[in-house]
Design a protein around this ligand. Structure first.
Ligand SMILES: [Zn+2]
Length: 237
């Protein structure tokens, strides 16, 4: 059956001399597609089947591996391909969202990824977008932070953000106090609609604090360890 699908190329695997197998994440699921001759630079399939491309694919659909008939690019993320930090960030988000999608086949994950890499390409604070997506993906892993009240007693007099309790703690339950701006910022990360975000002005001090918190949270609870995050962070200097 011939079918048209829109999606993001999340993996390319070399196949025979000139072909490749691509994995495409779409709103309707993950597709494996053979793209014959697509490794040749002059092939009409070359660009649209490259890693990170957001394209419309016309395929002969089969159960295991479909075959690509034609492809047209919707967005090749030109700014990202020219900028090593943006490319590092988007590559990491592709890896992260693919891992989360394997644990929870929710089509929201595809939308989050597409919106995130589109915003990064448009030039909004790269680390900010990465961190927002990391926080918003937690609910699909069953690890959402509690940012409505003190996790231990339900009080609203919040003084800190706790790794061990996965959320806010109040002054009766914790002796530590965290900068109020950080406590507000993590809540914004959790709630903001990325598609409506046009600018993101936060000091590096707060950004880096939350980035470290998120890294520690992921390493403590998710079981996901992604070299691509370390690589992206190394690019930030
Ligand atoms: Zn409390």
């Amino acid at each position: 059956m011939i079918k048209k699908i829109k999606g993001i190329v999340v993996k390319e695997i070399a196949y025979r001399d000139t072909s490749k197998i691509i994995e495409v994440l779409t709103a309707g699921g993950m597709y494996s597609i053979v793209a014959r001759g697509a490794k040749k630079v002059n092939s009409s399939l070359f660009l649209g089947t490259s890693f990170l491309s957001y394209s419309e694919f016309c395929i002969y659909e089969k159960k295991e591996i479909s075959t690509l008939k034609s492809v047209s690019i919707i967005n090749s993320f030109k700014n990202t391909l020219k900028d090593v930090v943006k490319l590092g960030a988007s590559s990491y988000l592709v890896n992260l969202c693919t891992q989360v999608y394997k644990q929870n086949n929710n089509s929201d994950i595809y939308n989050i990824l597409l919106t995130g890499i589109t915003k990064i390409d448009s030039g909004i604070n790269t680390l900010g977008i990465v961190n927002i997506i990391e926080i918003q993906l937690l609910k699909y892993l069953g690890l959402k932070l509690n940012l409505d009240e003190c996790v231990a007693c339900g009080s609203k007099e919040i003084v800190t953000l706790s790794l061990d309790y996965s959320g806010y703690l109040c002054k009766n339950c914790s002796k530590i106090s965290t900068d109020k701006k950080i406590l507000k910022l993590i809540k914004i990360y959790d709630k903001v609609d990325i598609s409506k975000l046009d600018s993101f002005n936060v000091s590096n001090e707060y950004l880096n604090y939350l980035d470290r918190f998120i890294d520690e949270y992921y390493s403590k609870y998710t079981g996901l360890y992604l070299d691509s995050k370390k690589f992206f962070e190394s690019l930030l200097g």
